[in-house]
Write a protein that binds this ligand. Structure first.
Ligand SMILES: CC(C)(COP(=O)(O)OP(=O)(O)OC[C@H]1O[C@@H](n2cnc3c(N)ncnc32)[C@H](O)[C@@H]1OP(=O)(O)O)[C@@H](O)C(=O)NCCC(=O)NCCS
Length: 276
């Protein structure tokens, strides 16, 4: 005999009168926890150590807004179709992939590097050289490194300094720094750790699982996506194609002239068989 259906969760429960999150009455949390501490508790089941809470707060602030990037541009285009706020935000979220908003992919790289260092008995420098060398040899890119708009991402050094100050920096931050240093040999120039790369390393040193690290980024960047979607809805006129706007719009016909088309040339439609 099978049990009747019921949800199974270790996160929270509620009754008619109470809401209990990870064992704490929600009203004991409200007014006592910062939002970052609450996120940490809900995600990981326990309250964060003091410095981890401050570090998570700093990370969430650092990734909350980044002007025009794939996700903010995406949410604006979605919003320009005349959809409600949450649809624009969801559209922006869909642009957070392996090349943008990716703190989880660098975290995976640093985790693999640490496993390899342990398994093969390598020094940190040897591990970093191996990872950088193999990536270059394969013609691939290091996740969490380089930023096409900044080159040297202005968020990285500050985040790493905070992680050092809070005594959070451990093996993963050290590996991230070592891999950055090793790029010079294989690329002939330094390929710099970017902000999400730093977030990946720091979150690993705080004991976050890589999928939850993606969650950290999603939470932070949602702030931006709400703002960009809201502004697009209220400040722009929709469609982004109006030829009477003061600024040439991204969907203006002048930006999609026939000479930019490189598909089949104009051609007559072939005669069709009678009776079709
Ligand atoms: C974001 C990204 C797609 C931008 O790529 P891009 O537009 O080609 O960047 P640029 O034109 O400025 O690249 C300049 C050079 O740096 C190299 N480069 C760029 N990102 C690199 C990386 N992550 N690892 C190694 N080399 C990299 C490129 O190979 C290129 O050199 P080449 O043309 O001689 O091969 C790329 O940097 C990347 O894949 N990064 C990893 C993913 C990531 O961390 N994304 C989050 C960004 S916040």
């Amino acid at each position: 005999m099978r049990e009747p259906f019921h949800w199974r969760t270790a996160i929270a429960y509620k009754t008619k009168d109470r809401i209990v999150v990870r064992g704490y009455d929600v009203n004991a949390l409200v007014g006592n926890l910062t939002f970052s501490e609450m996120a940490y508790l809900v995600w990981r089941g326990e309250l964060p150590p003091e410095h981890h809470a401050r570090m998570l707060d700093a990370i969430l602030v650092s990734m909350a807004e980044h002007a025009f990037s794939p996700s903010s541009a995406a949410c604006r285009f979605v919003a320009s179709g005349g959809v409600p706020l949450h649809v624009g935000v969801a559209g922006g979220m869909l642009a957070l992939g392996s090349l943008h908003g990716t703190a989880d992919r660098p975290a995976e790289l640093f985790k693999l590097a640490a496993e390899r260092m342990e398994r093969d008995g390598l020094t940190m420098e040897q591990t970093a050289r191996t990872i950088a060398g193999e990536t270059r040899q394969a013609g691939e890119r290091l996740p969490g490194f380089h930023h096409p708009q900044h080159i040297i991402d202005p968020r990285t050094a500050h985040l790493l300094h905070l992680a050092d100050d809070y005594k959070i920096s451990g093996t993963f931050v050290a590996l991230a720094r070592a891999i950055e240093a090793a790029t010079e040999e294989f690329w002939g120039r330094r390929i710099y750790l970017n902000g999400p790369g730093a977030v990946g390393a720091i979150c690993l040193d705080m004991g976050f699982d890589t999928e939850l690290i993606k969650g950290v980024f999603l939470l932070s960047r949602t702030v931006s996506l709400v703002a960009h979607t809201y502004e697009e809805i209220h400040r722009e006129r929709g469609w982004r194609a109006s030829s009477s706007a003061a600024v040439v719009q991204p969907l203006d016909l002048s930006l999609q002239r026939p000479e930019f088309y490189d598909g089949p040339s104009d051609r007559p439609f072939p005669p069709r068989k009678k009776g079709r």
